[in-house]
Design a protein around this ligand. Sequence first.
Ligand SMILES: [Zn+2]
Length: 113
Amino acid sequence: MSRNKCFRCGLINSNADRLCRRCGVNLGSPENAPPQSATGPVLEPRKPTNRPSRIVGIAVAMLSTALLYNYRMHSSEPPRPKPPTESEIRLNEKKESERRQQERDRETLDKLK
Ligand SMILES: [Zn+2]
């Protein structure tokens, strides 16, 4: 690169300029870089803040998937916890028929009155 074009405002500064003459942005490196990054040791100021947030993001993702999985497991279950067995069905049919019989008896009794 022979010229420093400002990435923020687009002004072309001379190669010697470290900062943009118009907006004063650091031309050596992208935004948020320390002003003396060329001379000082390379620091990574974002790392301490980036790492926990990434871990939290992973944890949140895992938690949400676990919750979703759990929810699906429960919601996919039929309303009845277990299908009725044959004897239970027969018992229900018997009860149902008995109830109908009682209703019929009551109706006939009402008619007789
Ligand atoms: Zn600029």
